[in-house]
Design a binder for this molecule. Structure first.
Ligand code: UDP
Length: 425
């Protein structure tokens, strides 16, 4: 049997820096995914470099996280935050910087795991320069995105073509839920090697503090009924639906009802327009007194999840939705849109409730059912925690990816040795 040495591997996430502050501007699930997968793979013996674009002059070019895991920031375009839709022209520069970095370090990656279509293109280009296995996670699909935005950006047709090519040519495409697998299959027909490996969460970070302690820390009264949103400010996240649902709650008028909308950057960030829009709707509906915007959360995030009675994920679409499993890990039930990967993670009536997206009345009814029944809330929370422990830990995700990489590397080594034998004969 061939033994595969754990050579250095590269996780490429051009637009999603794994070391940046999460929850603001465009930094969200992809950044968390790459960082946690990288760290967990390194724990399992892989040497992992996570390569991203340098987007600020004050950022270190290399961040060493653990002995086997580092973030590498390569030059590609202006050293400043740029919208994803404007990055494609700088991808050839990223490819050149990647090749130069390998030379400088005296290494050659044999496997790259690319994230999002921009990095997918980089992976396809790199394959023209060296023998390389490409594994790809799509994170967000152009076809779905463009079906729910008003202004389709000029990059759209290029993105759709590249996305399809990448899905059809990668050695393996990682779908994070059966729903995403079905969807990707419909895009690429029988072409495309798809495999489901879900996302994970940190079960030691979330779920280790009780609701009552969390409320003491945050100075929230034990009687309060707390509805929580966590995530970026982006129209497709459906925060408006949540705000309108809370305005329709049967508990409206009680000073116990609290709405916490967490996430978002400092004033002036690119997500500021959506935050201003949501704040205006909160004011217009007279919810200003019961709504809190704590901004981007980092260390305190686990405390907010624990303090909440219900976490709401009102997205119009969500390929996976890390927030749902983070809340479940924290024993907080979830009310979520019945879209994308959310029906994979949230089990209706057992860990939360699924409702049609953008249906504020359905969200209001579901939120009220949980807020008015604390013992059911606790039961949903316990089952949610169990589900995450069984199905959604980063170590479990990394084990599955590790097997996948090892198998692909073994297949490629076996193929190379057969070719060599034939050449000698
Ligand atoms: N997040 C965070 N702080 C915040 C808001 C969000 O750390 O203030 C994290 C959140 O915990 C989750 C990620 O951002 O891990 C969002 O991932 P998700 O898959 O839910 O959504 P995406 O951003 O990928 O659309």
């Amino acid at each position: 049997m061939l033994t595969i040495e754990k050579n250095p591997i590269a996780l490429i996430s051009v637009d999603g820096d794994p070391s940046i502050e999460i929850g603001q501007e465009e930094a969200g699930g992809q950044n968390v995914y790459v960082r946690q997968v990288g760290l967990a793979l390194a724990k399992q013996g892989w040497c992992v470099d996570m390569l991203t674009r340098r987007s600020s002059a004050s950022q270190a070019a290399i961040v060493q996280h653990t002995p086997n895991c580092r973030t590498i920031r390569l030059p590609a375009g202006p050293t400043e935050f740029m919208n994803r839709d404007e990055l494609f022209d700088y991808m050839p520069e990223f490819v050149q910087a990647f090749l130069a970095f390998q030379k400088q370090e005296g290494l050659q990656y044999s496997l790259v795991h690319t994230n999002y279509w921009l990095s997918g293109w980089v992976g396809m280009e790199l394959k023209k320069h060296q023998a390389l296995i490409q594994v790809h996670t799509n994170h967000s699909s152009g076809a779905i995105k463009y079906s729910c935005v008003e202004n389709i950006p000029p990059i759209a047709s290029k993105r759709l073509a590249i996305e399809k090519a990448c899905l059809e040519t990668a050695a393996r495409v990682v779908a994070t839920s059966p729903q995403e697998q079905d969807y990707l299959r419909s895009l690429v027909s029988t072409k495309g090697q798809l495999e489901i490996v879900p996302c994970g969460t940190d079960i030691e970070r979330f779920g280790t503090i009780s609701r009552s302690t969390a409320r003491e820390v945050l100075e929230i009264s034990p009687e309060a009924k707390v509805v929580l949103y966590v995530g970026r400010f982006d129209r497709r996240k459906g925060i408006e639906t949540l705000v309108r649902a809370v305005a329709k709650s049967s508990l409206r008028g009680s000073s116990d009802l609290k709405l916490i909308i967490a996430g978002g950057s400092r004033p002036g960030g690119s997500d500021g327009m959506e935050r201003d829009r949501i704040e205006a709707i909160v004011a217009e509906l007279g919810l200003g007194d019961i709504t809190i915007f704590p901004g981007r959360l980092d260390d305190e995030l686990s405390i907010y999840y624990a303090a909440a009675d219900v976490c709401v994920v009102p997205s119009h679409y969500e390929p996976f939705g890390l927030v749902a499993i983070e809340a479940m890990a924290s024993r907080t039930p979830v009310v979520a849109s019945n879209v994308g990967g959310l029906p994979f993670t949230v089990v209706p009536e057992l860990t939360g409730i699924l409702v049609p997206p953008q249906d504020e009345t359905a969200f209001a009814i579901a939120i009220d059912r949980i807020l008015t029944n604390p013992s059911w809330r606790d039961g949903l929370g316990e089952v949610g925690r169990l589900r995450v422990e069984i199905a959604f830990t980063w170590d479990g995700v990394a084990s599955r990816l590790s097997n996948l990489y090892s198998n692909l590397l073994a297949q490629s080594a076996a193929l190379a040795s057969t070719r060599k034998d034939r050449a000698v004969a």
